[in-house]
Design a protein around this ligand. Sequence first.
Ligand code: SGN
Ligand code: CA
Length: 547
Amino acid sequence: MLIRRLEVLENLLFLHKTNKLLYMKLNNLYTLGGISALSILGACSTAKEEKPLNIIYIMTDDHTQQAMGCYGYDYANTPNLDRIANEGVIFTNSYVANSLSGPSRACMLTGKHSHANGFTNNIDSYFDGSQQTFPKLLQNAGYQTAIIGKWHLHSVPTGFDHWEILNGQGEYFNPQFITNGDTTVCDGYVTNLITDKSIAWLEENKDNEKPFCLLVHHKAIHRNWMADTCNLDAYEDVVFPLPDNFYDDYEGRVAAKEQEMDIKTNDMDLIYDLKMYRPGLESRLRQNYITDDGKHGLYGTMNEEQRKVWDAHYTPIINDFYASNLKGKELAEWKYQRYMKDYMKTVKSLDDNVGRLLAYLEENDLLENTLIVYTSDQGFYMGEHGWFDKRFMYNESFSTPLIMRMPNGYERRGEITDLVQNIDYAPTFLDIAGADIPEDIQGKSMLPILKSENNTMERKALYYHFYEYPAEHAVKKHYGIYDGRYKLIHFYDDIDVWELYDRATDPKEMTNLYNNPEYKDIIIKLKQQLKELQIEYNDPILEQYPL
Ligand code: SGN
Ligand code: CA
């Protein structure tokens, strides 16, 4: 109630952003929660209501908009995620700055592009934990902070009162968790365990006076898409529609042609990815990964009981597969169907566990004083262009899901079409906490647009830069600009190729218009804008490839 009153007051006085000083003063009074402040405002409130908003920031790995009911994919059964969107907002122009796990996480923590936070790729980057991050700034603003789940930044987490992270990518079954120097194997399925631990932390800290910011960062739905044993039967009867560009020939797109993330080829492995293992068969992936007790690496760390249920499900499918001896298109489309099934089964656990967390918050009266954010470290290809994986600035992997359940006092609902990017999360959380947003943060707060549909992000275009090459999946280095309609990309390093797409007429990005003379003026304008963004963000690539 107090929050609402303050917001009304802010709006009345046009404080928000227009008079930063007064706004900060008000926030200080509010954070201090002094009786004088309350009486000035004529508010009557309990201590609990005085707390600033809690934040729960759920992030999955490789979940994509095309696999969510609320984004219009009718084949996805995601009622709990849909609930978040229905009781809040859904961003339809939500993007990442660098479509890969570690880099994305570093962008989110710092609110800065990869070159500025120093974590450009998963292979040889190391996150410098001494730098400024939003959890540290929230701690300074009086929050208790925690991260549970995937971290993937190689260094020890900083800025968290509590952290319990997976070892590297983590395992689906019986994974290792690391906390303060201890590594523990926890029995169970990873998505359940991360949720259990998150709820346990909330429960342990429920009498804490401070507001909280909890990062629930899942391993799911990362390759190789292993579902919980209780969900193996889900989606088995569903026939997923093949994307109409599944057989893309990549004409006019050199980098797209040279990638190695094709469902139709050996890039997608029958054994490791699609679980068609038989004794005596070997996969080219995870060959050397054999658990201590000698189990096959493909099954990771499953125990006997889990493996039994797993085998009971997959053995008939494996037998059918080898008996049918599929070739060519039939094989490619069979692979696509298996991929979709495994992926969606893995989503099922995720959605169920989001439901569990929502139920806990509801039962503990936390729902109306907590902003719940759901996103992924990037989008993913679900057969579009024939692919799985991510990395490209093309739409499916440049975009990422972003839905938020709104607490009391946040009236905005429905679709938000503003251009937003994962560097915006840090300043948004700080703004919500009433903390100052440091000047060197490159993202922008989304708070104004969360408050009112009359506000906009006041942003003309987004900047993107992908670095991890040469590497698995062979996606070339590239940077680019997207203005909400046109997308201009420069692939560089061992090639020097530009691409232009008009997403209004070509949403699937199949026709590279860069060499079409009709677009000459548009290209000149976009290059100018791209240069301005590189200068604004101080990306040294501009020296190497001057515009
Ligand atoms: C692993 C996967 C890749 C994936 C990267 C990065 N291979 O290396 O397919 O692109 O992670 O993913 S696997 O054989 O180990 O499954 S990220 O989301 O962590 O960036
Ligand atoms: Ca990822």
